[in-house]
Write a protein that binds this ligand. Structure first.
Ligand code: NAD
Length: 392
């Protein structure tokens, strides 16, 4: 029986994919094998020694202590792309909110006196302050062409916009999805100089923190709209406030309210709603449950942020050793020699590495006793050893 601890509410459609005869799932549970999380901050959390996997139902993993978990040999899974359509739709809405002054106009109407005799006249007098502009023909710059950025770029093209993209590490898969009409920028600076709208779809890391600072804001044309549905921290708030006040930036639409910006008349801050649709939550839950099940039941790794991808299927019989070790020479040789000493024949062996971690799966058709597992665990550099037993 596997035990799963949920740190946040995970959509029932996903949790139903854990067969009851094989899984116990609860928010409070002793000795969990895996943890499922959405936005709860896991930094500083004391982890039970039994945990061998963490699944994040969503894309961003800033709430998870990846380095510490990697050192413990624990893979962290996420669900890239499962919420991409939800974010795409909100980004398009964000461009329209800004270009048509929708929030300001709505706010104006809600504050008007409820007087049927003067209402129409007042509206006709005042509406010119909300005159906007159309998206068609304007240029959108998309920084980060991953699962969300590609969808935003393609959708903007279909609204008649010109789209420029920047992503020095775009994957082949995403490049295939991206419309050939999207133009390539060779640097963030080149992109910023040409846009009427700029949207960010990059992870927050050392390279992207404060990507937009006061010197980069100076490169913009006047009256640009900036959208940030990626993460707070990508744009320096104080520099942005100055750019808003100088009318360099016409409007800022973001998913991360900050005390400095949230009450500015040309800032629209949403309460982190990007992935908050029923469909996205269900997609994320179904995807993360499948990935965590595949790992627990067969050792397979798909969409891990800290482990190599190693996709395998379940066998009908026999055992599979799943070994996490440091990525240093002669590990596989030492493990194989322990098996040879125990007269165990290897049916198949797969080994992949990523940064400092290597992951090895070895299929055998004999039983593996505890002493042998202990011996393999004692090899210098081995971090985790797990025996997965298959039976029909
Ligand atoms: N607002 C929300 O609710 C919400 C929801 C989902 C995701 N997000 C955020 O959006 C981000 C993007 O999500 P995704 O699913 O598209 O991720 P993704 O991993 O599919 O795409 C990220 C892309 O950014 C590119 N990139 C990385 N560093 C870059 C740099 N310095 N310059 C240009 N490109 C760079 C990568 O090559 C990759 O193609 C996530 O990391 C997350 O922080 C927010």
């Amino acid at each position: 029986m596997f035990k799963i601890q949920t740190l946040n509410a995970i959509s029932a459609i996903g949790l139903e994919q854990f067969p009851r005869e094989l899984y116990e799932v609860a928010s409070e549970i002793q000795h969990p094998d895996a943890i499922l999380v959405r936005s709860q901050d896991m930094h500083g959390m004391k982890l039970a020694e039994s945990v061998i996997a963490v699944g994040r139902a969503g894309a961003g993993v800033n709430n998870i202590p990846i380095t510490e978990l990697t050192q413990l040999g624990i893979p962290v899974f996420n669900t890239p792309g499962a919420n991409a359509n939800a974010v795409r739709e909100l980004v398009i809405a964000g461009m329209l909110l800004a270009s048509r002054n929708i929030c300001q106009a709505w706010n104006y109407v809600s504050q008007l006196e409820n007087n049927p005799e003067t209402l129409d006249m007042k509206i006709e007098q005042d509406k010119k302050q909300f005159v906007g502009f159309e998206l068609m023909g304007k240029t959108l710059g998309v920084i980060g062409l991953g699962s969300i950025g590609v969808k935003v770029a393609n959708a903007a093209l279909s609204l008649g916009m010109r789209v420029i993209g920047y992503d020095p590490t775009i994957t082949v898969h995403r490049a295939w999805e991206l419309s050939s009409s999207v133009q390539q920028a060779h640097s963030v600076d080149d992109l910023l100089m040409e846009c009427d709208f700029v949207t960010f779809h990059v992870p927050l890391n050392a390279d992207t923190r404060d990507m937009i600072n006061s010197s980069r804001l100076k490169l913009l044309k006047n009256n640009v709209v900036i959208l940030n549905f990626a993460r707070e921290g990508i744009i320096e708030n104080k520099a942005l406030l100055d750019a808003l006040n100088e009318k360099k930036v016409l409007a800022y639409v973001c998913d991360f309210p900050s005390p400095l910006l949230k009450n500015h008349p040309r800032v629209v801050s949403l309460p982190h709603l990007g992935a908050s649709t029923k469909e996205a939550e269900e997609n994320c839950a179904v995807m993360i449950v499948k990935q965590v099940r595949d790992f627990l039941e067969s050792g397979s790794i798909t969409n891990s942020v800290n482990f190599p991808t190693l996709e395998v299927t379940k066998n009908k019989t026999g055992s599979r050793l799943a070994i996490v070790n440091q990525n240093i020479p002669s590990m596989v040789a030492q493990i194989s020699s322990k098996l040879a000493d125990a007269k165990i024949n290897i049916l198949s062996l797969s080994n992949k590495s990523r940064d400092d971690i290597a992951y090895t799966l070895i299929d055998v058709n004999s039983d593996l006793n505890k002493d042998l597992l202990k011996e393999i665990s004692s090899i210098k550099g081995v971090i985790q050893v797990r025996n997965i037993v298959f039976s029909e």
